[in-house]
Design a protein around this ligand. Sequence first.
Ligand code: SF4
Ligand code: SF4
Length: 312
Amino acid sequence: MLQSDARLSETIKKEAAELGFDACGIAYAAPLQAEQELFFQWIRKGHHGKMGYMANHPDKRMDPRKLLPGAKSVIVVALNYFPEEKQPSENRLKVSKYAYGKDYHFIIKEKLRKLIRLLARHDPQSQSREFTDSAPLLERSWAQRAGLGWTGKNSCLILPRKGSFFFMGEILTTASLKADEPFFKEQCGNCTRCMEACPTGAIIAPGQIDARLCTSYLTIELKDSIPPEFKNKTHGWFFGCDICQDVCPFNRFARPHREESLKPLPFITQWKDKDWKTLDKPTFNREIKKNHSPIARVKFEKLRENIAFQDT
Ligand code: SF4
Ligand code: SF4
């Protein structure tokens, strides 16, 4: 049965909330003109480092209708990952909070597919595709257009009164939906805490990250060893880095997530520095890889190097 655009949008949002998403908004699928220049400048300056894939498919990145012909709407969802349980407080060796639980890609995609099935029931002619980090889509721009929040000076999406510890997911659909008001008001104001706190100087201008200087890039995306000039600058973060989010005043609103599948894997809450430092391959395979931890995105050898780098 076809519902009006507005009613179908409400149905989708209600279902998104029932699936556990913390926010859901809708934008009209249209070219991202305002973002083009900044993005291409970032690429031209080489700030994406060795993430060559960022420079691929610029046409699709700037116009989602090239990812799904006939797309009319972009549904954007956010899922809280702020953990209740943390790594032992005495640990110097730290993992970014997003990587505490099982790989979020599977979790979000499964929920998005349920939303797509709902869309298909209400609009059988519609076609939809789901994404999470998996396509050339400027996620934060779409989240802003869908009214979820704004991009902070640390370049994270910040949800008002909720903070920035959220995963994002998107559905592109040919279904006709009612779009939300875009979120126009950037609320960082005069705050520069994240820029001051970043130990590697990676936030080169408000909202602009030189990935080549960012610990997250150096410890996850960069396949080579961390260059020696970063000695004493990564502050124990050997898989990702949360510093610019931890200092953000909007994260005082962060509340623990309720998603069972994102619960920290046992080694996160149990392993002390000495366990990380003596990690061997069989333990990596058994505890990290087999449990679908996002940490398995890096090879064992790279992880060992990242850990050893923190002592230099
Ligand atoms: S993640 Fe860490 S290194 Fe990267 S910009 Fe934020 S504070 Fe700087
Ligand atoms: S720390 Fe301050 S400047 Fe940085 S993102 Fe948060 S509010 Fe914005």
